[in-house]
Design a binder for this molecule. Sequence first.
Ligand SMILES: [Zn+2]
Length: 251
Amino acid sequence: MNFSEEFLQALSSARHVAVLTGAGISAESGVATFRDQDGLWQKFNPAELASMEGFMSNPALVWEWYQHRRGIIGGVEPNEGHKALAAMEQQFEKFTLITQNVDRLHQRAGSSAALELHGNLVENYCMDCRAVYHFADEKAELRENPRCRDCSGLVRPAVVWFGEMLPVETLRAAQIAAQDCQVFLSIGTSAEVMPAAGLPMIARENFAYVVEINPQPTVISGRVHSVIREPAGIALPRLLRELDQFRKSRV
Ligand SMILES: [Zn+2]
């Protein structure tokens, strides 16, 4: 066994497991992080491409950027880490998946739901009436700045932009899960961006067993119960196997 007995014991007796994932698990599938884009887009300041100001001043550029990102997402697959989390969901009375990722790879791997703190790349919505639109296969609609079919309001990508609040109800649900869970896993996130970064500490304050799975040290590494210095695609399938062995050894 590579995971501590303490961790496996906490996990095997947990009623509710909460998981926070970040860019690291997507990077393992080949999704570049925002600051690690390919050449063509590197010359743009992220704020030009992902803020309300940028959108209002050059919507065509912003739509082009999001079509580019959707193309990337469409060309990658969920990895073993995503699949392990989808499998893990079946093993606990309650399982809350919280993600900072906008790529929907968790859902494609089979996770039934995720609290998307930063929205997602798949949907768009009307800024006036909140009607949801999917443009993935409707490139023609994006040639002009798209308008709502119901109220002709401006339609925008359903991602949280720089300078915007996280969706209040989603964040609240994530905080409640962090308070309620017995085990909290922080996976592939640098844990630097608040308020998402506060979730592992909320869990810790509420007596959950908190584990970080990330190849590099982060600001929370010194404050969690256990640290796994591996990519999610390696650590999570192994965790499932060891948890299974641990449970069998206790029967
Ligand atoms: Zn509308």
